[in-house]
Design a protein around this ligand. Sequence first.
Ligand SMILES: *[C@@H]1O[C@H](CO)[C@@H](O)[C@H](O)[C@H]1NC(C)=O
Ligand SMILES: *[C@@H]1O[C@H](CO)[C@@H](O)[C@H](O)[C@H]1NC(C)=O
Length: 382
Amino acid sequence: MNLLMTCLALFLSLQALPCTPCKFPAIINLGDSNSDTGGLSATFSLVRSPYGETFFDMPAGRYSDGRLIIDFIAKSFGLPYLSAYLDSLGTNFRHGANFATAASTIMQQSVPLNKGGYSPFSLQVQLAQFSQFKSRSRIIAKKGKVFKSLMPKKDYFKKALYTIDIGQNDLTELFFSNQSADDYIPLTMKVFSDVVKKVYKHGGRHFWIHNTGPLGCLTYVLLRRPSSSRELDSVGCAMIFNKLAQKFNEMLNETVTQFRKDLPSATIIYVDVYTAKYNLFRKAEKYGFEKPLRTCCGYGGGDYNFAFNVRCGDKGIVEGEEVLLGKSCSHPEKSIIWDGIHYTEAANKWVFNEIATGKYSHPSLPLCKMLEQSGTERRSVA
Ligand SMILES: *[C@@H]1O[C@H](CO)[C@@H](O)[C@H](O)[C@H]1NC(C)=O
Ligand SMILES: *[C@@H]1O[C@H](CO)[C@@H](O)[C@H](O)[C@H]1NC(C)=O
C-alpha cells in the first residue's frame, strides 16, 4: 500500500518522469503502424527520410517524424524503446518485443501489400510469432552470455505489460470494399478475443488495450471518401468514418468487459485513445498545434497538403534535377498529422501524456498504478 501511495504521489507531482517504483520489466506489443517500431520497415521497404527526423535524426522504422505512443510508454517505465520482432539486425529483446507492423489488420486480408493492400502479419500471425518468441527465447537464453542478455527473463512473460493497438486498417478495408460493418466488426471481435485469451494462456496478466482513433480526421480517408459521405463535423473530420470507429470501439469495449469475466486474474485496461485524439484535433490551438487537419510531410499545399501520388519522402524530377517533393513542414512540432495517415511525435507525446493519467481509461487507472492493481492488490477492478 505504501508503495502504491508513493507511486501515485510521484506520478501526480512529476508526471513527466518515469514512475520507477511501479515499472514493468517488459512490454509485449501487438498492432499496426500506430505502434510499429520497425517491423514492416525491416521486412519490406525501408522507411525513408524525413521520417524519424525530429527525434532519431534518421529514419527509425517508425511511421512518424519521431516517437510513437508505445515509445513514450516504454520510456515512462525506464525501459529501452522496443525492438521489432521482425528486425534481425541489432535487436535487443531483454525488455520485450514488438510484433506490430504497419498495415496490419485484425482479419487476415487477401490483397497483398504490393497491390495497395495489407501487411501479411495480421493479429493472428503476430500471436503465432509471440508464441514462438516465448518458447524459443528460452532456448536461446540457455546458450548463455550475450544470448542470455538479449532475451527476456522467464518470469517477464507473466510480469510484462501487453499492449494492443489495432483495428484502423480493418475499418478502411471494410469501408472501401463496401462490406457491412454489422457483419465485419463482430468477426474482428472474435479474432481479437481469441488472441487475447491465448496471450492469457501464455501467462499474460496485464493488458493495456487502445481503442481505435478518429479515422475521419486523417487526410488519407478525408480525401478518399466518396461523394455520398461528404458530411464533415465542426472540426472538419468525415463523420461517416468517425461513426464507424465509434461503432468498432463500442464493440471493443464490450469485448474487453467480457474479458474481465473470462480472464479473472488479469488486469485489463481499455484506453479511449479515440477521445484523447479527437480532443486534440478539436482543441488543437489551445495545445499549441496549428491547422489540425493539415498534413505536415506531404505535397500540394492547400488545406490538406496531401497527394495520393506524392507521399512523404517521395522524390521527383524538377527541371532535370531530382528533388524531394514530399517534404516535412517547417514546424512538425505544431502539426498533429505527419504524413496524412500517421501522427507526429508531438501529437503522440501529447496523447501519451493524456492517456497515462488514467482519465481516458476504464477502469480509470494511471499507467504506472497498473502493476499494483494486479495479483494480491487487485481490488474491485470491474
Ligand atoms: C463500393 O461502392 C462504390 C459506390 O457504390 C463504388 O464506386 C466502388 O467501386 C465499390 N467498391 C468495391 C470494392 O466494390
Ligand atoms: C466501456 O465500458 C464500461 C463498462 O464496462 C463503461 O463503464 C465505460 O464508460 C465504457 N467506456 C467507453 C469509453 O465507452
